[in-house]
Design a protein around this ligand. Structure first.
Ligand SMILES: Cc1ncc(COP(=O)(O)O)c(C=O)c1O
Length: 359
């Protein structure tokens, strides 16, 4: 047998591994998972019914064109079918955007810290990540991001609200930034948490994209719509970007279960957005509670909160886990806790309070 191993692309050597949020420990007295920004509500009965019905036919491939879902999205968001593309979660669509735009020798700009998939999918494409630090207030530094554009820039992610800080960029600053981006550079507005925004100054990316052919909006069914486990997201973009997304899609990537659940969720939007409203209420309670305890909490418009804990991050996460809630630590930087069930949020607040007193 030869001692040679298959040759792999050198770019993979620098690819960090995606770290999923830790699951809640099994067997403990209570264990809540606040580590992946999931929706804590169980699936709606009507959505379950659709998924159960679709499950009876999973010996067949799904509808590759996602026809029913595309039609529903087109109507719901008032965009032509040719401007839509679906994928295996919005992270799947983001990876397709990189495949479509970027390769070795190219640069991809994003804020840092931001969604941890960005460096991974950028490196996999072969392009060079250009990470622009957040401001001291944990917000995208759009001026610095515009300054970082070079002839090699192909794509820029703007994560709004930003994961993991929850902070937002507002209409005027985003428009100013977009005016500075050359028209042959794609700007991806990642709006995974759009439905949780209550700040009226934060623009809807789908309004922004309409007269900007180099803007692509990413949305997902994983968060507000509660379909994280089914893997379905979508992009809204002008031709030829949307067409490129349809070319780069994994054939049959979005299962029929996911497609049918997404359609049923759009039809049950009022109920689902009611749940989002309750989560936003809980968010206010958690943020105010933390601030009363003396923590500095950046203004969050997402379904999570961020505490910059520096060296104390890992200890804080361990204290939370011991108390029964699993959060997402970024060692040496800070931790992100999703807004969960009221009982989970209570445990989180109590733990934060006890930790604060010991500082
Ligand atoms: C900013 C952001 N974008 C995209 C995603 C990916 O979501 P999904 O692939 O489940 O649609 C996430 C998930 O955590 C996220 O935080």
């Amino acid at each position: 047998m030869s001692d040679k191993t298959p040759r792999l692309r050198a770019e993979l050597d620098g690819v960090p591994t995606y770290k999923p949020g830790k699951p809640a420990a099994a067997g403990g007295p209570v264990a809540y998972k606040l580590s992946s920004n999931e929706n804590p509500y169980p699936p709606l009965p009507g959505v379950m019914e659709q998924v159960t019905a679709a499950a009876g036919a999973f010996n067949r491939y799904p509808d590759m064109a996602c026809t029913a879902l595309m039609n529903e999205l087109s109507e719901r968001f008032g965009v032509p079918l040719s401007h839509l593309a679906t994928g295996t979660g919005s992270v799947g669509v983001a990876q397709q955007l990189l495949q479509a735009t970027s390769g070795p020798g190219d640069e991809v700009i994003y804020a840092w810290r931001s969604f941890e998939a960005y460096p991974i999918i950028t490196r996999i494409s072969g392009a060079e990540p250009v990470q622009v630090p957040l401001t001291a207030g944990e917000v995208h530094d759009l001026d610095a991001m515009a300054d970082a554009i070079t002839d090699r820039t192909r794509l820029i992610f703007v994560c709004n609200p930003n994961n993991p800080t929850g902070t937002v960029v507002r209409r005027a600053e985003l428009e100013r930034f977009l005016d500075r981006v050359p028209s042959d550079v794609l700007v991806v507005l990642d709006e995974a948490y759009r439905e949780f925004i209550r700040d009226p100054e934060v623009p809807d990316g789908i309004e922004i994209y309409r007269d900007r052919p180099n803007v692509c909006v990413l949305r997902t069914f994983s968060k507000a719509y509660g379909l994280a486990g089914l893997r379905v997201g979508f992009a809204v973009a002008h031709e030829p970007v949307a067409a490129a997304l349809r070319k780069t899609a994994v054939p049959f990537g979005v299962s029929q279960l996911a497609q049918d659940a997404a359609v049923a969720s759009l039809r049950a939007e009022d109920e689902l957005l009611g749940r989002v409203g309750s989560l936003v209420g809980e968010r206010t309670r958690v943020v105010e509670g933390l601030r009363e305890q003396g923590w500095t909490v950046p203004e969050t418009q997402a379904n999570f909160v961020w505490l910059r804990l520096g060296e104390r991050t890992v200890d804080f996460a361990a204290a939370c886990e011991k108390a029964g809630v699993v959060v997402r630590p970024f060692a040496g930087e800070g931790m992100r806790a999703s807004i969960g069930e009221p009982e989970a949020n209570d445990i989180f607040l109590k733990t934060a309070e006890a930790f604060r007193k010991e500082l």
